[in-house]
Design a protein around this ligand. Sequence first.
Ligand SMILES: NC(=O)C[C@H](N)C(=O)O
Length: 491
Amino acid sequence: MSLFDHTIKELQDKLNNKEITVTDLVKETYKQIRETDDKVQAFLTLNEEDALANAKALDEQGIDADQFPMFGMPIGIKDNIVTKGLRTTCASQILSNLDDPLYDATVVTKLKDAKAINIGKLNMDEFAMGSSNENSSMQKTRNPWNTDYVPGGSSGGSAASVAAGQVPFALGSDTGGSVRQPASYCGVVGMKPTYGRVSRFGLVAFASSLDQIGPITKTVEDNARILEVIAGQDKMDSTSANLDVPKYTEALTNDVKGLKIGVPKEYFVEGVDEAVQDSIREALKVLEAQGAEWEEVSLPHSNYAVASYYMIASSEASANLARFDGVRYGKRSENANDMMEMFKMSRSEGFGDEVKRRIMLGTFALSSGYYDAYYKKAQQVRTLIKQDFEKIFEKYDVVIGPTAPTTAFKIGEKIDDPLTMYANDLMTIPVNLAGVPAISVPCGFHPSNKMPFGLQIIGKHFDESTVYRVAHTYEQAAGYYKEKPQLGGAK
Ligand SMILES: NC(=O)C[C@H](N)C(=O)O
């Protein structure tokens, strides 16, 4: 049994009983990374010296681990979350020389205050644009269940690293599914909190009205514990909500009696793998046996979600990425002869194809003459999608369906077909457009390719507690969290 098969609570008990030290934990983390990362390729930057020094300092303080919620816990951070003094690249060439950021993202500060240990920075699709990690300009992360397969994206490095047992916990970010879809593909737990629940200060902006940071873990309990630490209002992010953060861990009561589940018929259609659909139905039976009730419901505007998202997200990206011009920070082209050429060449050389595609799409959608037809229309569709959820939540406590239509696919299989790649986000995107919270929990292995996939539980605005309660009840009954990949081949 590996140290990382324990929950945060169990690890802290071990620290308190002096069975292990923080230094042991941190050393074990780097050992696991060294043994597996040539195959998984999850880490872009390691923070080893600093992490070991922090571990030593915590050990020397001789205090009880449970005085701090993340005392001594090793955590990996997605590379679009800014870390003071530690390289932060968004897996883009344009930021590849950003070796010494000047500040920490609020989530990083909160983790430091809770005495977590930052292990290093994890690979992702460039600027979080992608569903497979193949859009990273640095390296291709692989799925630990079978390294011929993608880990999903854009937080593929975070999900793969947790699944491979390199780090017990990681942070990702989710704009249209980027935490939940890789969690589904890698057989781990990924939470996208309500928009406004977690500060975005220091999260490099992709689509500011959609982006949210969320934890990726092996168990629901650990996930809830980490969200407790990183959530809350922040004066540095005016979109963070002025609401108390509940004790999510206290919601994990293993009890769903009387809970009402809506199951959208639009999530069980052609294109959604039959075996995935069957497993979700099995999961509903598991929850039913625990006292929940479910009914088929309709989210009638689901079909327009992907188109609306790619308009809105790309429009926001075109504005947000305007700041990368080779002047203030990041890479500057060495081949330019004048200022205009320097802007153009720095961006042409610094951004990859997918990022350029979205900047062009977004700039087009926002341009005068097209704004009403594309951007405004997409925003109107967004309102309809939000209303679909509001209506359902008048009667139901949660909505359940698959996280993604299929399991992970093979590396290279979809890279030349951006539309198919976008369609993959069918069931994660509506959640971001509506701003509600949702989690992906492992729900089975596909009979043909043996790859894992997840169940998505969607909740009401700021009701992460119920989402966690349902997720925990299902997880404990189903037991998939106990499965581990044998790195290198199919399960
Ligand atoms: N960023 C995300 O949440 C992933 C989504 N597939 C996108 O490419 O936009």
